[in-house]
Design a protein around this ligand. Structure first.
Ligand code: ADP
Ligand code: MG
Length: 232
């Protein structure tokens, strides 16, 4: 039997931080695989290393040892330029706070990353309009981030994260800043998009109700990922 395609694979990852004489081992020989089309929720307490894991997985940080495979390609020995290329075209990021450009409209915020990737404004804006429409934001295209609600800002951030059609989405507490019903809506839109596009999604969240809707849930224990099982 053919195994499903591994979009993201973390193999024996170690990552420590140093401050003075102290060494903090955050990730210790961590393994994790996310297949194409799979939605994995990462649930762990604050300080457990979720953001560190996502930064390493997204090639924003290099591990001290171990390797990250993106679509089967080992990234450890790649130069920064190649890693940036993979990140820009293959990986979409969503953060707890939207990180949208304040001076630009919703449409422009989704168009700009595509233009950085070589698309004309016309084509980028067309795709931005389509994505924002899908996220039910057709009435908000010209609004700047400050003129949007928290849930709307996160939906723009979702549209931006998938603008360049990545294979992988890494989301760091994407609904952490939203009220429960808005969280639910934003999470539903994110998961629906990821599933329909066959994207591998790794979503750090504190929200157990949302995590239940993932295909699989993992947690971090002593710097390693282990399967998470709900108590009830
Ligand atoms: P989480 O996202 O699960 O809350 P983080 O990955 O942000 O956890 O942090 C894991 C641990 O590593 C925390 O104890 C944090 O204080 C520490 N840490 C994170 N980033 C740094 C850094 N740049 N320098 C030193 N320590 C850090
Ligand atoms: Mg964090």
């Amino acid at each position: 039997m053919m195994s499903a395609v591994s979009a993201l694979r973390l193999e024996s990852i170690c990552r420590s931080y140093r401050s003075g004489d102290e060494r903090l081992d955050v990730l210790t020989d961590l393994d994790l695989e996310v297949r194409s089309g799979e939605l994995v929720a990462l649930i762990a307490p604050s300080g457990a290393g979720k953001s560190t894991l996502l930064h390493v997985a997204g090639l924003l940080e290099r591990p001290d040892s171990g390797d990250v495979y993106v679509d089967g390609i080992a990234t450890r020995d790649l130069a920064d330029k190649a890693r940036t290329g993979i990140r820009r075209t293959g990986i979409g990021f969503i953060y707890q706070f939207h990180h949208l450009l304040p001076e630009f409209s919703a449409l422009e915020n989704v168009a700009i990353p595509q233009m950085a990737n070589g698309l004309s404004y016309k084509n980028a804006a067309e795709r931005a309009r389509e994505l924002l429409g899908y996220l039910k934001l057709s009435e908000r295209l010209d609004h700047r981030p400050a003129e949007l609600s928290g849930g709307e800002q996160q939906r723009v951030a979702i549209a931006r994260s998938i603008a360049n059609a990545p294979h992988i989405i890494l989301a760091d507490e994407p609904t952490g800043n939203l009220d429960p019903s808005t969280s639910d809506l934003v999470f539903s839109m994110l998961t629906r998009l990821a599933r329909e596009a066959g994207i591998a999604a790794l979503i750090a969240t504190h929200n157990l109700d949302l995590a239940r809707r993932a295909d699989r849930t993992v947690t971090l224990k002593d710097g390693k990922t282990i399967a998470h099982h709900f108590q009830d």
